[in-house]
Design a binder for this molecule. Structure first.
Ligand code: ZN
Length: 327
């Protein structure tokens, strides 16, 4: 589907496309506890990888806090109140068995959701066409009323709701994290303005994401069996997810970019490589170019091998920086 016009250093004289990078130091301070896989080292690894000179065209922007109004477009007020009131003065508050808050977690969660909202605003305002949000905590397990699975607020869903509030009529979200984004599915289950499509390992946490879960025809679940690698991922994307995304004609493409389907990841059993993230990003950029004026916002979700995170994020963002035209 995608056709690359040349390498990034411009054999044809073209410069790489700029990518807006939204992040905030607070996202490094969120501490879910010693030994927790969702560690600050993850985001450090991502930011260090993007410090490479080949990413010189990246424009780094400090993420603002999401507003209460933005949060309420995706979450029940009771959940927002619970997260605000659960932030501890010291130590940790445990929201569920694997989701905890430290004193800096509320600020991190507000900046993470605010990053995606600001990226959406920037693209709608025409400042650029591509943005990557290097944030944590991740978001795609947070449902309308429950924080879970390392996630406090659902960053990508809050950003998609922001796009709808700004007048975007169709938002296409593709989630290639190894876990099913049950929260994003929950939030948009009855909302035909948003298409949510996910590849994920099954069986695996959180146990949702069966093919038969289709919402109002706007949910596309494409589970993969343990051990699946590049060939199955690319076939599933090419035969199931991408055709549905093209048919949907999204005016904005959003990506829940988890890199825990990489073969090195300790939490799951899929066998993707960094090349797969390069490939899928090119495909998604091509859809964005064809239908969404090139607009694509990606936000970091999972990924628990630091080596895989460095390689995969680099591949993902580098692919977003190349000029790619639809076939
Ligand atoms: Zn995950």
């Amino acid at each position: 589907m995608a056709k690359c016009c040349g390498n990034t250093n411009g054999a044809n004289g073209r410069k790489p496309e700029a990518v807006l990078l939204y992040t905030h130091p607070a996202c490094l301070a969120h501490d879910p506890g010693i030994g927790h896989p969702e560690s600050p080292a993850r985001l450090r690894a991502v930011l260090e990888a993007l410090d490479d000179p080949r990413f010189a065209a990246i424009e780094r922007i400090e993420a603002p806090r999401a507003t209460r109004v933005q949060l309420e477009c995706a979450h029940d007020p009771a959940l927002i109140d619970r997260i605000f009131s659960s932030a501890p003065h010291d130590g940790h508050t445990q929201l569920d068995a694997d989701t905890a808050m430290s004193p800096d977690s509320l600020e991190a969660a507000l900046r993470a959701a605010g990053a995606v909202c600001a990226a959406v605003d920037a693209l709608i305002d025409g400042r650029d066409t591509r943005a990557f949000c290097a944030v944590r905590p991740p978001g795609h397990h947070a449902t309308r009323d429950t924080a879970m699975g390392f996630c406090l607020f659902n960053n990508i869903a809050i950003g998609a709701a922001q796009a709808l509030a700004r007048g975007i009529e169709r938002v296409g979200i593709v989630d290639f994290d190894v876990h099913h984004g049950n929260g994003t599915q929950d939030i948009f289950w009855n909302d035909a303005r948003v298409m949510y499509a996910s590849t994920h390992q099954a069986p695996l946490y959180p146990g949702t994401g069966a093919r038969g879960e289709t919402g109002v025809g706007n949910i596309v679940n494409a589970p993969l069996p343990p051990g699946a690698g590049s060939a199955q991922f690319r076939a599933t994307m090419s035969e199931t997810v991408l055709p549905r995304l093209v048919d949907f004609r999204p005016q904005l493409v959003m990506v829940s970019a988890g890199f825990d389907a990489h073969r090195l990841d300790p939490l799951a059993s899929l066998n993707f490589d960094a090349d797969d993230y390069d490939w899928v990003t090119r495909e998604l950029v091509a859809v964005a170019n064809a239908h969404a004026q090139g607009r694509i916002v990606s936000s970091l979700e999972g990924g628990y091998s630091l080596t895989a995170l460095r390689e995969s994020t680099s591949a993902h963002v580098a692919a977003m920086m190349e000029r790619i035209t639809p076939a």
